[in-house]
Design a protein around this ligand. Structure first.
Ligand code: A2P
Length: 275
């Protein structure tokens, strides 16, 4: 079979190619499809692999001599034995057109170095942590809201998630539900974690872009909280480039300054990668 023909084979049969040097080859443990655009999957975690909740890694498939790698936020917390990812499915996406077909037992490649700015270390101390997500931008926050360190550092944690359609909110709804029932940190988060979901293109309990809800004050009145205040509020933003630009402008208008790993400050941003 030619290389081109092999590239067309099912993912399950694709590990005919050598694993590139220095790359982890992990096994798919489970896959969940939420909509025809979104799915999540869990893979085994290499014993030596350490990361900070909120970071991302490069993911690929063993289906070519030079596999395509894409950045994926790790959605599971740093204490989890497995690694979870939440992905979009793009029909002709170089990676996701194949990745969306993975099944338990298949191999997923992972480069060993995690990195990213949506980490607690990039923020100065505060009382309230806002995580503003659209679409698959919820992934790094799914990690952080399940990490006890987040609650050591912040009294209150608010996760906003906005999607076009109601079905796309399911991953976040399930995350919030499981968090409340979690034997490890359910008690820790009780009364301190808030999940605020909105849809923009379908009727739902709450509708509208998060930018609109910040600007018209609805987000704050719904939650009974004051508007962003640099003295107490810290903000993490993850979504499309446009979304980041617009939310960033609003938090900057409120007086918050952007931070990084080397210079922590009051808010941090990262784009939801795979498109
Ligand atoms: P809308 O339906 O009004 O475009 P996408 O899938 O395109 O990344 O969008 C995910 C969610 O983010 C959608 O609800 C979308 O709203 C919203 N969104 C898109 N662009 C922006 C933006 N510039 N500011 C705030 N929200 C946005």
């Amino acid at each position: 079979m030619t290389t081109a023909a092999l590239q067309q084979t099912d993912v399950a049969r694709a590990d005919t190619f050598p694993i590139p040097a220095g790359v982890h080859a992990e096994t798919v443990v489970s896959v969940r499809h939420y909509t025809d655009r979104l799915f999540s999957f869990r893979i085994t975690r290499p014993q030596s692999f350490r990361f900070r909740s909120g970071e991302f890694v490069m993911i690929g498939l063993p289906n070519a001599m030079k596999p395509v790698f894409r950045a994926y936020s790790i959605a599971s917390p740093s204490w989890d034995e497995e690694l979870e990812f939440f992905s979009i499915k793009v029909p002709d996406g170089p990676l996701t057109q194949h990745l969306q077909k993975i099944r338990p037992g298949d191999t997923v490649l992972m480069r060993p170095k995690p990195t990213g700015t949506l980490v607690l270390d990039a923020l100065t101390p505060g009382r309230r942590l806002w995580m503003i997500a659209t679409g698959t931008g919820i992934a790094p926050f799914a990690s952080l809201v399940r990490d006890p360190e987040t609650y050591d550092k912040f009294e209150q944690v608010i996760l906003t998630h906005t999607c076009r359609e109601v079905a796309e909110l399911a991953y976040g709804e399930e995350l919030a539900r499981n968090l409340a029932e979690d034997p490890l940190i359910g008690e820790l988060v009780a009364g301190r974690f808030v999940h605020y979901a909105t849809a923009t293109r379908e009727a739902y309990a709450r509708t509208g872009r998060i930018t609109t809800l910040i600007e018209n004050g609805r987000l704050f009145s719904d939650l009974g909280l004051p508007p962003f205040d640099p003295a107490v509020d810290r903000v993490m933003i993850c979504g499309s480039m446009d979304m980041i630009r617009d939310v960033k402008a609003l938090v900057e208008k409120a007086g918050l300054k952007e931070g990084s790993n080397s210079m922590p400050a009051e808010f941090v941003v990262e784009r939801a990668f795979v498109d």
